[in-house]
Write a protein that binds this ligand. Structure first.
Ligand SMILES: [Fe+2]
Length: 128
């Protein structure tokens, strides 16, 4: 953990020389490393508590683990929003149309996954 904190300090220092987006994304990545470290530790501790017959402790550790996972997911969400905003700014600055942006998402696996889910939902609701 001390190494992760030291790495975070270095990223903060380096961020002063970077543009805001790069600095923010680097900070998010550093924070997520800490969250992943915590998730690993709490997950292991929860499993050990469960296997040694300590359900109250396992439950408490599961709650803390869930909090760490929520923090990790929020950081991912923030990073995606920052990247999305940067893409939109870049598209606007380069005169790219919304149609071109829509075509770009066809290559994005996450967009394809969302599209697949929407298709499944649509076919499920139609069959009822
Ligand atoms: Fe955390």
């Amino acid at each position: 953990m001390a190494g992760l904190i030291e790495e975070g300090r270095e990223i903060i220092d380096e961020g002063e020389d970077q543009d805001d987006l790069a600095a923010d994304l680097a900070l998010i990545a550093a924070a997520q490393k800490v969250e992943h470290y915590e998730i690993s530790g709490y997950g292991t501790a929860r499993a050990l508590a469960g296997q040694t017959g300590q359900p109250a402790i396992a439950q408490l550790l599961a709650s803390t683990l869930a909090e760490e996972e929520i923090a990790d997911n929020l950081l991912t969400q923030i990073a995606r929003e920052l990247m999305g905003n940067a893409r939109l700014r870049g598209a606007t600055e380069n005169g790219v149309t919304a149609a071109t942006e829509a075509n770009d998402t066809a290559d994005d696996p996450e967009s394809q996954e969302t599209s697949t889910r929407r298709s499944r939902l649509h076919s499920t609701t139609k069959s009822r």
